[in-house]
Design a binder for this molecule. Structure first.
Ligand code: NAD
Length: 541
């Protein structure tokens, strides 16, 4: 126990490195990429700090060169999930009793390692395994994860500092206990930083965790585990259990000791987990906390007063960076008739310039989509667009070497068209052109078209129009942007998450999220307890 109230450092956002030709970071990253691409590593489960090799193997490949195997990873089965439960329970006794500053020190050290000696490794794994360009890997696997690990300790301390009023006769205290049970973290393929944040945010608050990474992001997940170990994470606090998601979830969601689920991924999967928890609700020791950030159908709406050049760049970056596989990627556009021709031509010109290919070639702006399943689904959407709308630019798809889908702009005359409503999760954006006079009506269409409410953007130079959009679209997005693209939220600056079909909106990388991983106990200590059960007013005279 520390005999003092320890401060955690005031967090500052990590500055993205530029990787300009000739820079030391570029040389280090290129070297790490070459080394990682030339090896084929073996990835075990890590349970209670022990490496476990099950012999049931899956391969991690490069999406942009899918015959190139980067790693073989071992899949968990029922026994390993039981072992992970036991390891999490065993580690809990010691970990929950550590003061916050001890736990925070592990993640602050992890941030420092990632900012320095581990930066190239996590960036390279994210580029090769998830097909991110250097810019996209840097803002995700390096900067955002560093930020999560630096900001969360500070948010946790703020939370701990929120204490009730005490009086002369009694002292009151709020104890932020970890949940009474284990946390199950289920992470998506598309952000290495989310892979790192979902298990560590509950762990920082004193919980122990079973982490199931996405099958298509096991390589970067494994390096995160190794980095956390290097930072001093005690065995069993986070247990790394890749494998069959349904099998693993079935066991954990049937367990009385399930304290919470920290999920990011698609809406149907989260809803399925919620249903299962509902069916099992009588079984658990406590009501499990369900935190899920899920799908999106993110929009950009332009007012006739919008600055066209800025709008066009926001569409190009917001829709096509990381092949549109950001939950926040723009995938529906609403552009007034008076601006459309110029906006379209500018976007098309940029699209024609965008190079697509192996992310090790830093000139490429677009890599491959994550796997065969995604490729097939997005190709189906392109087919739909060919039949039911108009492809303005792009539309090609090839998977002979990598899973490549060309950035695609579609135009539709029907604002209710399927691809204006459903998440595509690929480099495809659909535009609806509205009559300039129908601005307000179009805002209502934006609000009502899709079940999601994750991100959205308005472009305008007219203050009144910005006010109208902000008001009519109040519930249409959890992250709302004015004259900016709807992607690129920064920890501590734009806490991230959406409502409606997009999730529980617990804002990753904020105090609101950390609050979900504690169960507070209010403690009152009275200094002079009463000695008589009767009240003064009970006297006769
Ligand atoms: P996904 O739903 O396919 O997978 C997410 C995780 O759930 C993976 O670990 C997967 O193995 C697991 N999973 C899959 N089926 C499961 C089941 N039946 N039971 C339990 N777990 C299961 O999503 P993905 O393809 O990895 O990621 C893309 C999705 O994630 C998109 O819908 C995107 O919008 C969403 N996303 C949302 C946010 C956000 O902050 N709102 C951020 C990133 C991604």
């Amino acid at each position: 126990m520390s005999a003092g109230i320890v401060r955690v450092p005031l967090p500052v956002n990590d500055a993205n490195l530029t990787y300009l030709p000739g820079s030391p970071e570029r040389a280090a990253l290129k070297a790490r990429l070459a080394a990682m691409a030339s090896e084929r590593i073996d990835i075990p489960l890590i349970i209670g700090g022990r490496e476990i090799r099950t012999g049931r193997l899956e391969r991690a490949v490069m999406p942009h060169d899918h015959r190139h195997v980067l790693a073989d990873w071992h899949k968990a089965d029922v026994r390993h999930v039981e072992q992970a439960k036991a390891a999490a329970a065993a580690a809990r006794r010691e970990w929950t009793s550590r003061p916050l500053e001890d736990r925070a020190a592990v993640f602050l050290r992890a941030a420092e390692l990632l900012a320095t000696t581990w930066r190239a490794t996590l960036n390279a794994a994210t580029m090769l395994g998830q097909s991110k360009t250097v810019v996209q890997a840097e803002i995700d696997a390096a900067s955002e994860l560093i930020d999560f690990w630096r900001f969360n300790p500070s948010f946790a301390r703020e939370l701990y500092s929120e204490q009730p009023i005490s009086t002369h006769t009694a002292s009151n205290q709020m104890e932020y206990r970890p949940l009474e049970g284990l946390v199950y973290a289920v992470t998506p393929f598309n952000f290495t930083s989310i892979g790192g944040n979902l298990p560590t945010a509950p762990a920082l608050m004193g919980n122990t965790v079973i982490w199931k990474p996405a099958s298509s992001a096991v390589l970067s997940g494994y390096y995160i585990m190794r980095l956390l170990e290097a930072a001093g994470l005690p065995p069993g606090v986070i247990n790394f259990v890749p494998g069959d998601s349904v099998q693993i979830s079935d066991i954990l969601l049937d367990s009385p000791e399930l304290g919470g689920i920290h999920f990011t991924g698609s809406t149907p999967v989260f809803q399925g987990m919620w249903k299962k928890v509902g069916d099992n609700i009588g079984r658990y020791r406590s009501y499990p906390r369900l935190v899920g950030e899920t799908g999106g159908k993110d929009f950009i709406i332009a007012h006739p007063s919008a600055a066209v050049e800025e709008l066009a760049v926001a569409i190009a970056r917001g829709s096509f960076e990381y092949q549109g596989q950001k939950c926040s990627a723009a995938s529906r556009l609403y552009v007034p008739q008076s601006l459309w021709a110029e906006v379209r031509d500018r976007v098309v010109a940029m699209m024609r310039e965008m190079k697509m290919g192996d992310v090790r070639d830093f000139r490429n702006f677009v890599g491959a989509v994550i796997d065969k399943k995604a490729f097939t689904k997005i190709s189906g959407c392109l087919e739909d667009a060919r039949r039911n709308a108009r492809i303005v630019q792009g539309g090609a798809a090839r998977d002979d070497r990598g899973y490549f889908i060309e950035p695609t702009l579609v135009e539709t005359a029907d604002p209710g068209y399927r691809l204006m409503r459903e998440e595509i999760f690929g480099p495809v954006v659909v535009a609806y052109v509205y009559a300039d006079a129908a601005w307000e009506e179009t805002l209502r269409i934006v609000d009502e078209t899709s079940p999601y409410a994750l991100t959205g953007a308005v472009f305008s130079r007219d203050r009144a129009a910005i006010g109208q959009a902000t008001s009519i679209l109040r519930y249409a997005a959890g992250n709302f942007y004015i004259n900016d693209k709807p992607t690129g939220a920064v920890v501590g600056q734009q806490p991230f998450g959406g409502a409606r079909g997009s999730g529980t909106n617990d804002k990753a990388g904020s105090k609101m999220n950390l609050l979900r991983w504690v169960s507070a106990r209010a403690i009152k200590e009275t200094f002079s307890p009463p000695r008589d059960y009767r009240y003064g007013c009970m006297a006769e005279q």
